[in-house]
Design a protein around this ligand. Structure first.
Ligand SMILES: C[S@@+](CC[C@H](N)C(=O)[O-])C[C@H]1O[C@@H](n2cnc3c(N)ncnc32)[C@H](O)[C@@H]1O
Length: 219
């Protein structure tokens, strides 16, 4: 099997995206596990994870690396969180904020296998509830699929280091189904422009038709 490094901690195995598992033997969703040279890799499905889709579609800079402190907003049951957890490794942390009780239940089970994921059962607008626990982070990842995602990002940017990256999946339909998605995406960028500059916009079709994926940097 052919293995190539795409970014630090992100690989292509026979052209399929993967991360090296920090919890060998455990599947998180229905991903395939591959053993290679004493390591176990987890294939990363771009139809299940917008970050994987963005990497495949040409994301040029990934600042989630070994040892990174990542604030993840909208963790859900932990599909993408688990791959971010592989990338940051045991010296890094993923602070995984999730508002839904049902999703949090699955996420807690995942945290038992992965000590670098710290679950936070909260509304991500309510940063006061977790700011002292996490301090300053290197990266924010936001995928909340909520109409207030611009406000949530601005509020959480207080916890991001200066020059830190934010990766955002914007779902137009969660903001306004009646509006042209292009207008929604431009409004989002305008609303956060006093805090962030745009580094890259990545379309994630055909994996997902409703989202725009953005790489932003804190001003
Ligand atoms: C599209 S899903 C996230 C999928 C996940 N990022 C992944 O790739 O595996 C959006 C999640 O954001 C959560 N969410 C929505 N509004 C939120 C808020 N204000 N605070 C925290 N989580 C929120 C939802 O409950 C849902 O689980």
């Amino acid at each position: 099997m052919d293995i190539n490094t795409v970014f630090e901690g992100v690989y292509k195995i026979d052209k399929r995206l993967a991360t090296k598992s920090i919890a060998p033997g455990y599947r998180v969703y229905d991903e395939e596990l591959i053993k290679l040279k004493n390591n176990e890799y987890r294939l990363w499905n771009p139809y299940r994870s917008k970050l994987a889709a963005a990497i495949i579609n040409g994301l040029s800079e990934l600042n989630i690396k070994n040892c990174s402190q990542v604030l993840y907003l909208g963790a859900s049951t932990g599909t993408t969180v688990s791959h971010v957890s592989d990338i940051v490794g045991n010296e890094g942390n993923v602070f995984a904020v999730e508002i839904s009780k049902r999703s949090m239940r699955d996420l807690l089970a995942l945290c038992e296998k992965r000590e670098n994921i710290l679950p936070i059962f909260e509304d991500a607008m309510n940063t006061e509830a977790y700011s002292s626990e996490i301090g300053e982070v290197d990266v924010i990842y936001e995928d909340v699929a909520a109409p207030t995602q611009d406000k949530i990002l601005i509020k959480n940017s207080e916890l991001l280091k200066e020059g830190g990256s934010a990766y955002v999946a914007i779902k137009s339909q969660s903001i306004d189904v009646s509006k042209d998605p292009k207008i929604i995406f431009e409004e989002f960028i305008k609303n956060v422009s006093h805090k962030f500059k745009v580094v890259q916009r990545v379309k994630i079709e055909p994996f997902d038709k409703l989202h725009l994926f953005l790489h932003l940097k804190k001003l």
